[in-house]
Ligand binder design. Structure first.
Ligand SMILES: Cc1cc2nc3c(=O)[nH]c(=O)nc-3n(C[C@H](O)[C@H](O)[C@H](O)COP(=O)(O)OP(=O)(O)OC[C@H]3O[C@@H](n4cnc5c(N)ncnc54)[C@H](O)[C@@H]3O)c2cc1C
Length: 730
C-alpha cells in the first residue's frame, strides 16, 4: 500500500486559509449543478402568514422539523405551522455531507432510512426544487470475521425491510471503485439503493411539498418561550406574536435542549463537532463516467465519496484527547449557518489512512473544510416521540444523521401523532428511553463514545464504559466484588453473568468462552437454588376507588378478583396494539402493585397518568426507587426461604401467581410467587435499604445448597427453554 506521509498531507492542508462560514455558504450556493441549492431566500412564500392558532407548532426548520411538517400534511393535518428563527436548513442541515445510508443493523431504524431513500429521489420531480440526489449506492468494509458476521445480520434486515444489499468480494469492490486499495478487506456490504443528497435542497423541497398541502412556514421568527394553559393547550411565544396550539414539536436541532428547558423537559443531546473536507477535482474522477459508491471504512474511521469530480472525506476521529463536542457551538440564538475553523490535528491520522486507501486523492489540494455542529444523543439514535410527563409535547431532534432520517423520522412520528401509533415499533427512538439519569455529563460521555465508534462494530454483549454507573442498586459493589459483569439498561447496572474465575468475555456473534459459566448458572436454577437482583424493575402503586375499573379499562385482561392474585396484563391502545406489559398484584380492593420493565418506567408512567380519565379517582405512585427486589428461585428455594420466615410457602397456602406480605429475615416484605425462568421461586420486594441485609442472609444460608448468583444471560436462556417470551414491548 503506498505510504503517503503525514508531512505531505500537512503541507497540503497548511496551504489553505480557513474560509469564513458566510463565504463558504456563498461558495456552496449553486456552484455546481444539483448541489447546494439556494437556501437564502427573503421573498415571501405562499402560506407565510403568521397565525395565532394552529393544531401543531413545530419549532425548527431543519430536516427533522420540515420532514415532520410534510408528513403531518400528508396525513391530512394541514393546520400546522413551522417556525424557524433563520432560513430553512440554516442550523446543522445546510452544512451536512448529505449521505443517506441504508446499512442499519436495527429493523425499525432501517425502515426509517429506507423510507427516506425512497422519497428523496422523487422530490425534485414532485416539487421542481433541485435536490442533488445521487443514487450511487454505498460500500462498507469488513476487515474482521466478526464484521462479516455483522454483514450477514444486516443482510437479513435488508431482505425484510426491502433494500438491496449484497456482500461482495474485494475483487467486486475494485470493479465498483477501481481506485481503492483493499488490503486487509475481507468483504464489502454493497447497498444499491442509497446515495447522497443536497441537504438544503432536499429540506426546501419537502418544505415546498408541505406548503402545497396547506402547511405554513414562518421564517425569521424566533420562538422565545412556551407556556401550557389550564386547558392543556400550548402557547408558543414568538418574536412575531403568540400561537395557541394543541401540539408542540421541539425540532430545534442543537438548540433543542434550551427549548426543552422552558417546559422542564430534559433533552439528552450533546452538540458534537464533525468535519469533512472537499478536494480539488481529481483527474481520475474526471476521466470516469461512473460515480463511485460512498465508501464507509472502519480502518480510516471515515466515509469518502465523490463530490462531483472532487473527493469528499468525512472523519469520525477517535481521539480521546480532544473534546469532540462543541459545548458552545450552535448555542447562541443569533448564530445561523455557523461553522468552526478547521481543526486538522485530530483528524490527520485518519486522513492519512484514507490516502492509503485512495492514493489518487493524496496529491489533491483541499478546497474547503466544513467543521460544523450537529446534535448527538447518548445512543446515537434520534429522539422521536413524546416528551416524558407532558401531553402533546413532542421531540423531533437529537439526530446525528438527520439528513438520512428526516423524511422517515417525519413519516413515523406523524403517524404516531395523528393515529396514536406508528407502523413501526418506535421504542428505539422514543425520547423516554432516557430518564433523569441522562444528565449533561452522562450525555456528553455517551455521545462522545458513540461518535468515536461510528464505524466500530458494537459486538453483541459488549458493554461500553462511558457514563457508567448511572443507576445502581445497593448490591452493585458487593456483586462486582464477586465477579459480576453488569449490563446497562435504562442507566441501571444489572447483573449479566458472574466471572468466578476472572475470565473476560470474548465478544462475538457466536457461542463464546462464557458459555460454560452461564450453563452453570442455569443448572443452579434448574437443580438447586439461585438469587438475582431485580431492583431495576419499574414499580408503581395504583390506588383509589376507581383503581380497579381504571386498570381493567387500560388492560386487555382483567386484574385478579382475589386479594393477592397476580395477572400478567397488556395495556392496549385504542387501535388494539400492545403498549406495555404489566405484572399486576392485587394488594387490596382498591390498591394494586404494578411491575414493568426498567426501560419502560417513564413510558408506563405516562401511559398510566395520561390514561386516567378526569372523573376517575385514582392515585399513581412511582415506587421504582423505593423498593429493591430479589429473586430466589430453584427447586430448593422454598427450603431456603423457610429458614427465614414463619409464613407457609407450600403450594396450597402460597400458590403460583399469588403475592402476600410476609416477614423474611426480620423484614416485612411483599413476596410474589412468579418468575420468568420457569422454576419454583419468589420475588421479594422490600424497602431498598433492606436489600443488602436480606441478600446477605439468604446467601449465607444458601451456601449449604450451593447457591449461585444469577445473571441475565442465564435468565434469557432459561426463559426461552420454557417458552416464556418477554420483551416484545420493552
Ligand atoms: C460536518 C457534518 C456533516 C454531516 N453529514 C451528514 C450526512 O452525510 N448525513 C446525515 O444524515 N447527517 C449528516 N450530518 C448531521 C446532520 O447535519 C444533522 O443530523 C441534521 O442536520 C439535524 O437536523 P435537525 O433538523 O435536527 O437540526 P437543524 O438542521 O439544526 O435544524 C434545527 C433548526 O431549528 C431552528 N431553531 C432552533 N431554535 C429555534 C427557536 N427558538 N425558534 C425558531 N427556530 C429555532 C434552527 O435555526 C435550525 O434551523 C452532518 C453533520 C455535520 C456537522
Amino acid at each position: 500500500m503506498p505510504n503517503i506521509g503525514r508531512r505531505s498531507i500537512t503541507l497540503t492542508c497548511a496551504a489553505l486559509l480557513p474560509i469564513p462560514a458566510a463565504a463558504l455558504l456563498a461558495l456552496m450556493v449553486r456552484t455546481q449543478p444539483g448541489r447546494f441549492s439556494r437556501i437564502g431566500n427573503d421573498q415571501h412564500q405562499p402560506g407565510e402568514v403568521m397565525k395565532s392558532h394552529a393544531r401543531v407548532v413545530i419549532i425548527g426548520g431543519g430536516m427533522m422539523g420540515v420532514g415532520l411538517l410534510y408528513h403531518l400534511a400528508l396525513e391530512g393535518w394541514d393546520d400546522c405551522l413551522l417556525v424557524e428563527k433563520g432560513e430553512l436548513s440554516s442550523g446543522s442541515t445546510w452544512h451536512a455531507a448529505g449521505q443517506c445510508p441504508s446499512f442499519i443493523a436495527d429493523y425499525n431504524l432501517a425502515k426509517i432510512h429506507h423510507y427516506s431513500n425512497g422519497l428523496y429521489p422523487k422530490l425534485e420531480e414532485m416539487t421542481g426544487q433541485a435536490t442533488g440526489w445521487h443514487g450511487c449506492g454505498g460500500i462498507r468494509f469488513a476487515t474482521t470475521p466478526e464484521e462479516l458476521d455483522y454483514f450477514r445480520l444486516v443482510e437479513g434486515i435488508a431482505a425484510n425491510v426491502g433494500f438491496r444489499m449484497q456482500i461482495i468480494s474485494p475483487e467486486e469492490i475494485k470493479r465498483l471503485n477501481p481506485f481503492v486499495d483493499t488490503t486487509g478487506v475481507l468483504a464489502g456490504a454493497w447497498t444499491l439503493d442509497d446515495g447522497h443528497v443536497d441537504p438544503a435542497g432536499c429540506c426546501n423541497a419537502m418544505a415546498i411539498a408541505a406548503r402545497t398541502l396547506g402547511a405554513t412556514i414562518i421564517r425569521h421568527n424566533r420562538v422565545t418561550g412556551i407556556n401550557q394553559q389550564a386547558s392543556g393547550e400550548w402557547e408558543v411565544i414568538t418574536e412575531q406574536g403568540n400561537i395557541i396550539c394543541e401540539h408542540v414539536v421541539n425540532a430545534g436541532g442543537c438548540y433543542a435542549g434550551r427549548i426543552g428547558a422552558w417546559v422542564g423537559v430534559n433533552v439528552p443531546i450533546t452538540n458534537m463537532k464533525h468535519q469533512y473536507l472537499v478536494t480539488e477535482p481529481i483527474p481520475e474522477f474526471i476521466e470516469r463516467d461512473q460515480e463511485m459508491p460512498v465508501m464507509r471504512d472502519p480502518y480510516c474511521s471515515a466515509y469518502y465519496r465523490q463530490e462531483q469530480k472532487s473527493a469528499l472525506i468525512g472523519i469520525y476521529e477517535r481521539s480521546d484527547t480532544r473534546e469532540a463536542w462543541a459545548e458552545t457551538g450552535g448555542q447562541a440564538w443569533e448564530s445561523e449557518n455557523e461553522l468552526f475553523a478547521p481543526e486538522y490535528e485530530p483528524i490527520m491520522p485518519w486522513l492519512e489512512r484514507v490516502m492509503e486507501r485512495m492514493p489518487i486523492i493524496a496529491d489533491a489540494g483541499v478546497v474547503r473544510v466544513v467543521n460544523g455542529a450537529s446534535p448527538h444523543s447518548p445512543d446515537g439514535n434520534p429522539l422521536l416521540g413524546p416528551a416524558a410527563g407532558l401531553r402533546n409535547f413532542w421531540l423531533s431532534c437529537g439526530a446525528s444523521i438527520g439528513i438520512a432520517q428526516g423524511a422517515g423520522g417525519g413519516k413515523y412520528l406523524a403517524e404516531l401523532m395523528v393515529h396514536g401509533d406508528a407502523e413501526i415499533n418506535m421504542l428505539k427512538v422514543d425520547p423516554r428511553r432516557f430518564g433523569p439519569f441522562a444528565d449533561k455529563n452522562y450525555t456528553a460521555a455517551k455521545s462522545h463514545q458513540d461518535y468515536k465508534h461510528m464505524y466500530v462494530l458494537h459486538l453483541p454483549g459488549e458493554e461500553r464504559p462511558a457514563g457508567r454507573p448511572a443507576q445502581t442498586s445497593p448490591l452493585y459493589q458487593k456483586l462486582m466484588n464477586k465477579g459480576c459483569v453488569h449490563a446497562e439498561g435504562f442507566g441501571w447496572e444489572r447483573p449479566k453473568w458472574f466471572s468466578l474465575d476472572g475470565r473476560q468475555e470474548e465478544y462475538g456473534f457466536r457461542r463464546n468462552n462464557v458459555f460454560d459459566v452461564v450453563a452453570a448458572e442455569c443448572r443452579a436454577v434448574r437443580e438447586r437454588v439461585s438469587i438475582r437482583d431485580l431492583s431495576s424493575f419499574a414499580k408503581f402503586e395504583i390506588s383509589g376507588p376507581d383503581a380497579l375499573t381504571f386498570l381493567n379499562r387500560l388492560c386487555a385482561n382483567s386484574v385478579s378478583r382475589r386479594q393477592g392474585g397476580i395477572v400478567l396484563a397488556h395495556a392496549i391502545s385504542t387501535n388494539g396494539r400492545i403498549q406495555s406489559e404489566f405484572t399486576i398484584t392485587r394488594l387490596a380492593d382498591d390498591r394494586f402493585y404494578l411491575l414493568s420493565a426498567a426501560a419502560a418506567e417513564l413510558r408506563d408512567y405516562d401511559l398510566l397518568a395520561q390514561g386516567k380519565e378526569n372523573h376517575e379517582d385514582v392515585t399513581i405512585l412511582n415506587l421504582t426507587y423505593d423498593y429493591g427486589v430479589l429473586l430466589v428461585v430453584g427447586p430448593r428455594s422454598r427450603e431456603l426461604l423457610e429458614k427465614f420466615t414463619n409464613a407457609s410457602l407450600d403450594n396450597h397456602q402460597f400458590p403460583w401467581l399469588t403475592g402476600r406480605e410476609i416477614e423474611v429475615a426480620g423484614i416485612n416484605l411483599l413476596a410474589l410467587r412468579i418468575n420468568f425462568v420457569g422454576e419454583l421461586g419468589w420475588e421479594l420486594h422490600m424497602p431498598m435499604a433492606e436489600l443488602e441485609h436480606v441478600y446477605d442472609q439468604l446467601w449465607a444460608a444458601g451456601e449449604d445448597y450451593d447457591i449461585l448468583d444469577l445473571g441475565s444471560y442465564a435468565v434469557n436462556s432459561l426463559r426461552l427453554e420454557k417458552l416464556i417470551l418477554v420483551g416484545g414491548v420493552s
